[in-house]
Write a protein that binds this ligand. Sequence first.
Ligand SMILES: *Cc1c(COP(=O)(O)O)cnc(C)c1O
Length: 340
Amino acid sequence: MEKKNIDWGSLGFNYIATDKRYVSNFKNGAWDEGALIDDPTITMTECAGVLQYSQSVFEGLKAYTTEDGSIVCFRPDLNASRMADSARRLEMPPFPEDRFVEAVKQVVAANEAWVPPYGSGATLYIRPFMFGSDAVIGVKPATEYQFRILVTPVGPYFKGGAKPISIKIADYDRAAPRGTGHIKAGLNYAMSLHAIVEAHKQGFAENLYPDSATRTKVEETGGANIIFIKGNKFVTVGSPTILPSITRRSLEYVAEKYLGLEVEERDVPLTELPEFDEAGLCGTAAVISPVGKITNGDQEICFPSGMEKMGPTIQKLYDTLTGIQMGRIEAPEGWICKIK
Ligand SMILES: *Cc1c(COP(=O)(O)O)cnc(C)c1O
C-alpha cells in the first residue's frame, strides 16, 4: 500500500476528503447492514430533522501509526458508548456499540493510504456522526437517521512545542442544569460560536465556562475538559453538565497508576484557581494544552508553571499518555485497538 503524497508535518486541522466513508441508514425501525462508499456528499430532503431542529450527535477519535508500524486507535469502545448516550438524550436510535467499533476499523483500513506515518506528529482524525434525515416540520424526532464516519488526516496539534495558552472565564453560559452539556451534540457547539469569536477578538484562546446555575464553579471549555495540579494531587471537575472526556478519564488512570498522584474528581470553586500549580485542557485533538493564565473579569490568575512551557507534572502526564498511545509504554488492557 502506497501512502498519499502529503507533507504530513505541515497539515493543519482542516477537512480533506479521503477515499472512503462508512454509511448506515436507519429506516422502518432498523439499521441497515452499512457500507463503505465513495461519495463525500449527502443528498436529503430540505425538511430533514437535522436541518430544522438540529437533531445530530457526533464523536471524535484518532487513528495513527505506532512505533512498530501498526495502525491503531485509542479506546473506541468508549466513543461508541458515549455516542449511544448522546443519541438517547436526543431521542435518536443508538448505533449498536459493537458495530460502531467494527465500522471505525473498516473505514480506517479502507483509508490506510491516508494514515500518517509514525513520527510525523500527524494523525487520521475519525469523525463518527449521526443525524435525523427524513422530513420533520412539527417538533418531533425524525423516523429515519444516517450514521456516518468520515476520516481526514490532520497535522500535529502543536507545531514547534506546546506553548501555554491564556483563557478567560466565559461571559456566557454553556450548559443548563439537567440540560445537554454531558452529550456530544452539535447544538452545544452552535451556541458556543458567538462566545468563542468574541473571546478570540479579546485575545483569549478559549472560554472557560462556569456552572450556569451559580457561576461560582469551574466546568469546562467549549470543547475540552480542564485539569489541575496541586502538589501531589491531580484535580478534575466532577459535574453532571460537562462532557465525559475520554482523555480526561484516561489521564485520571495514568495519574494514579503510572505516576502515583492522588486523583480528586470534585467541585472546583473559581476561588480555588489561584491555589493550583498547573492547569491544562484535555481532549482528543491536543491530548493536553497547557494553560498559563486564566482571566476572570479584572482578576488574572497566573499559574506558577508560567507562559513558556508545560508545567512539570502535566508534561509527565502528557508524555506518559502519548507514550501509551504510540506504543512506547505498555498500555492498560483494552486501551489500544489494533486495526492493521
Ligand atoms: C469532545 C469534547 C471533549 C473532549 O473529549 P475527548 O473524549 O477527550 O476527546 C471535552 N468537552 C467537550 C464539550 C467535548 O465536546
